[in-house]
Design a protein around this ligand. Structure first.
Ligand code: AMP
Length: 284
């Protein structure tokens, strides 16, 4: 696996692959890699001749007071994990390589970024869309892989690619969970043992909702209310949001008619965790 730290280096590598007629997949990450990231890399390897994984803790997607400084980092572990998976290149740029002095251009997706996580993180998706666009321009992949874990991010990136005629396919990949249901996340490392146990309340709330839908419930508001009750019973949990929205437009819905995204952000102690699932009317 090649470790590349410069934009020019990635371009050279990808150009050489292109001359051989090879297809290229990109997996953007912020590092501290776990089995969730690994599932994206495996999927990319199964669909593309060459796979580039980027590891970049993108400062522009963190708001003031968020965890940019403390975000977990372990480059040696990430590199070893990616070698083991068989990724072809790790793009590991410094902040100065990605953002030149005086950079003042942003990619802003409206509407879809205003609700859910956008409410408490008003500049987050602008940072995500800008860095993802830059990565797309640097790597020029045929396909880019994103996890359903960050459901709003996936919907926003899909819309951005459509609206701006970006020439690649966005591939969404299922959420990878711990044995007890907690969605894998680099931020799980912040949890104390007691909080780690309490964090299971997110997936428990999702399972409760899925059970009701299986039993025929189609009232999305009633399902959300039930999810809130499950979470509120956990003393260490504090709800940021629990919502039912249209899976494509992210507009709020009250009934399950088309595909509905049930999404939540919940603080466990100081750590903000997200989780979600998609329900469709035919789910029972
Ligand atoms: P991050 O490093 O947190 O920015 O995540 C990089 C990519 O990995 C994003 O597309 C995430 O949605 C995806 N991802 C993170 N955790 C998981 C998980 N538990 N299951 C599936 N994909 C994940």
């Amino acid at each position: 696996m090649q470790v590349v730290k410069t934009v020019a280096g990635v371009r050279e590598l990808v150009a050489a692959w292109r001359r051989q007629g090879l297809t290229v997949g990109l997996v953007p990450t912020m590092g501290y890699l776990h089995e969730g990231h690994a599932s994206l890399v495996r999927r990319a390897l199964s669909e593309c001749d060459r796979v580039v994984v980027s590891v970049f803790v993108n400062p522009t997607q963190f708001g003031p007071g968020e965890d940019l400084q403390s975000y977990p980092r372990d480059p040696a572990h990430d590199q070893a994990l990616l070698e083991g998976l068989g990724a072809h290149a790790l793009f590991y740029p410094a902040v100065e390589e990605m953002y030149l002095p005086g950079a003042c251009t942003w990619v802003n997706v409206e509407g879809l970024t205003e609700g859910l996580c956008g409410k408490t993180r008003p500049t987050h998706f602008r940072g995500v869309c800008t860095v993802v666009t830059k990565l797309f321009n640097i790597v020029a992949p045929d396909r880019a892989y994103f996890g359903q874990k960050d459901a709003q991010q996936l919907a926003v990136v899909r819309r951005m690619v459509r609206d701006l005629n970006m020439n690649l396919e966005v591939v969404g990949c299922p959420i990878v969970r711990e044995a007890d249901g907690l969605a894998k996340s680099s931020r799980n490392t912040y949890l104390s043992p007691q909080e780690r146990t309490a964090a299971c309340v997110l997936s428990r709330a999702l399972s409760a909702a899925q059970e009701r839908i299986k039993a025929g419930e189609r009232d999305a508001s009633a399902i959300v209310a039930g999810m809130r009750r499950v979470i509120e019973a956990e003393p260490l949990a504090r709800i940021d949001y629990v919502e039912a929205v249209d899976a494509l437009t992210l507009a709020p819905v009250t009934r399950i008619e088309g595909e509905v995204l049930f999404a939540m952000a919940v603080y466990i102690g100081k750590t903000r965790l997200i989780d979600n699932f998609i329900a469709s009317p035919a789910a029972s």
